[in-house]
Design a binder for this molecule. Structure first.
Ligand code: PGA
Length: 242
């Protein structure tokens, strides 16, 4: 694991974005695994800036988002599709055909999970996976539990996750109870993981994930097994790791 610690979010976002940009500049056909949430917003802003400055093009890039809420359509303001559209898709030269995200409105969710898994298998190894971690140690919506899945699956969100994500919704009741998430397989097989975390609220879970034992109750701890993971933290998030 390569650990990078930054005093400011600005520097962190810049460094993490540069790592992604390097992948795309080396391989214009790069396949990117994308995450949502508060944490990667700054990174996406830096990618958009680099595109606007002519430093990177997404024309031949394909993207695979990790997850989507069940029951939220592509027009729902809290859907991950809208998030991605607002922060990246609509601001760079990516066409609709290059973007992949699970359909949370599918009538048959199991079938949708299987469809997404087939897409990921057809894509093959992701060149870079952008990732952050939930307060309960989840990566994507791979929640802590007695089992972890390698493949895309439908997941019941934990109360902790729903509470943490209620910051994006009018109230806790509005937070969906289920999601479709990529399993751990494609993330762990990615050529590179660009992992980001910010703020003191993440310090304890980061210590468990990166300094503790590999534990199904802390899905992020599996990242210790990845051979090419770059971990970008601010000093607050890193406070219990150093
Ligand atoms: P956050 O979410 O970036 O909003 O903290 C991270 C996550 O749940 O994976």
């Amino acid at each position: 694991m390569n650990l990078y610690i930054f005093k400011s979010e600005e520097e962190l976002d810049h460094a993490a974005a540069e790592s992604v940009i390097k992948v795309i500049r080396t391989n214009p056909n790069a396949k990117l695994g994308l995450a949502t949430g508060q944490t990667p917003i700054g990174l996406y802003k830096k990618l958009v800036q680099a595109f606007e400055n002519g430093r990177v093009s997404f024309k031949q890039v394909t993207t695979y988002n990790i997850d989507e809420y069940v029951g939220l359509g592509k027009d729902h303001p809290q859907s991950f599709f809208i998030y991605m559209n607002d922060y990246l898709f609509s601001k760079v030269d990516l066409s609709k055909e290059q973007i992949h995200i699970p359909n949370g409105m599918a009538e048959d969710l199991e079938k949708e999970a299987a469809r997404y898994e087939t897409l990921l298998n057809q894509a093959g190894q992701l060149d870079v996976q952008i990732l952050s971690i939930g307060l309960n140690g989840h990566i994507g919506f791979n929640e802590p539990g007695t089992q972890l899945h390698a493949e895309t699956h439908v997941v019941e969100l934990t109360e902790e996750t729903r509470k943490a994500n209620s910051k994006f919704f009018p109230s806790l009741d509005d937070v969906p109870k289920k999601a479709i998430t990529m399993g751990l397989g494609p993330m762990m097989k990615a050529k590179k993981i660009v992992f980001i975390a910010k703020g003191e609220t993440k310090a304890a879970i980061l210590k468990q994930a990166f300094k503790g034992p590999i534990d199904l109750m802390v899905p992020g701890s599996l990242l210790q097994l990845h051979s090419n993971i770059e971990v970008y933290l601010d000093t607050k998030a890193a406070s219990l790791l150093i």
